[in-house]
Design a protein around this ligand. Structure first.
Ligand code: ATP
Length: 307
């Protein structure tokens, strides 16, 4: 495991709360994620994972609490954006562009010199089996091809921290394995990866550390092996058992696993709450190339800032 020295933290979130009207979506989430970690972020539908990622990337403002990425306050957009890459659940892609045009556009926004960008784009297109289709319109792509394009877009500028929301969505098994290998490769080069997914074997395969979010609170945190061991009931345990135990299985079991997780790894605030579903201000334009979704505006994606 990487060091937990505060200076070496890639992501530091303190007591994040987010409300939508009367509803509480996040209720005191604190995270300390060391540089170079692959952090698997799990939670049932509506637990607040996307909300957390939008706060961590500065695309949405917390009701209270603070976020620092690579030591920089995330609301200092100009300073923090070069450190970040973000693959949102609905990737921001221009359907009328080809993958190559989309990535060239991203490179321009990210101030990557043209020649270096062309080489890098060509390498990525090869790596993800997109080279043959790179000049076709994204509107004609399959979901998996769009997903690969969006992943490349998120990491093209070699960010220090990359946030991935369901990155293997729509990928066939071979492509999903390739993407898992890319995640491991990113981490080996020192990139911190914040990975939100419902696909537990992906987390088991790549994550150094796992956080489980439930009703807007981190209810368990530890390595996949630690969480699995805590969930063991005598018949062997799995990350799925651990997930189910802390996210709405038997309440006694949840208390048992969660309490052990708390005492061992100090997750966030534990006050009572329910997530909410009231509407927030509309996502907006990411002008000034300050958006982590890379595109200046996001016609088909949700990478836009909302405040
Ligand atoms: N813009 C918004 N306006 C109102 N409520 C919202 C908004 N965004 C999220 N919420 C609410 O906040 C809660 C957390 O939503 P969020 O999308 O973060 O969950 P999630 O864990 O990412 O879910 P999933 O796994 O289904 O993607 C939900 O109750 C949701 O309805």
């Amino acid at each position: 495991m990487p060091s937990t020295d505060t200076d070496a933290l890639a992501i530091e979130a303190t007591d994040l709360r987010k409300t939508y009207g009367d509803e509480i979506a996040l209720d005191g989430v604190s995270l300390s994620i060391p540089t170079g970690t692959v952090y698997g972020f799990l939670g049932p539908n509506g637990a607040g994972k996307t909300t957390t990622m939008r706060l961590l990337t500065g695309l949405s403002k917390p009701t209270s609490g603070t976020v620092r990425v690579c030591g920089t306050a995330v609301d200092d957009r100009r300073a923090v954006v070069p450190h970040l890459g973000y693959l949102p659940e609905t990737p921001p892609l221009y359907e009328e562009f080809s993958a190559r045009e989309q990535l060239e556009y991203t490179a321009e926004l990210r101030d990557i010199p043209r020649e270096a960008a062309e080489d890098r784009i060509a390498e990525f297109l090869d790596e993800f089996d997109l080279a043959a289709d790179a000049d076709k319109r994204i509107g004609t792509y399959s979901k998996g091809m769009k997903q690969k394009t969006a992943f490349i877009q998120a990491v093209l500028h070699d960010p220090d921290v990359v946030f991935l929301d369901e990155p293997t969505s729509g990928l066939d098994p071979r492509a999903a394995r390739g993407l898992r290998e890319s995640i491991v490769g990113l981490a080996e080069r020192g990139t911190t990866v914040f990975l939100s997914t419902h696909i537990l074997p992906v987390v088991e395969a790549v994550a150094d550390e796992v956080g489980v979010l439930f009703e807007g609170r981190v209810v368990a945190e530890g390595t996949p092996a630690e969480l699995t061991a805590r969930a063991e009931t005598g018949s062997g345990g799995s990350l799925e058992d651990a997930f189910l135990a802390v996210t709405g299985g038997e309440s006694a079991e949840r208390d048992r696993v969660g309490a052990r997780a708390e005492s061992e790894s100090e997750p966030g605030d534990e006050s009572e709450s329910k997530p909410g579903d009231e509407s927030e201000s509309e996502p907006g334009d990411e002008s000034g190339s300050t958006g982590v979704g890379a595109a200046r505006s996001t016609p088909t994606g949700d990478g836009g800032a909302d405040e």
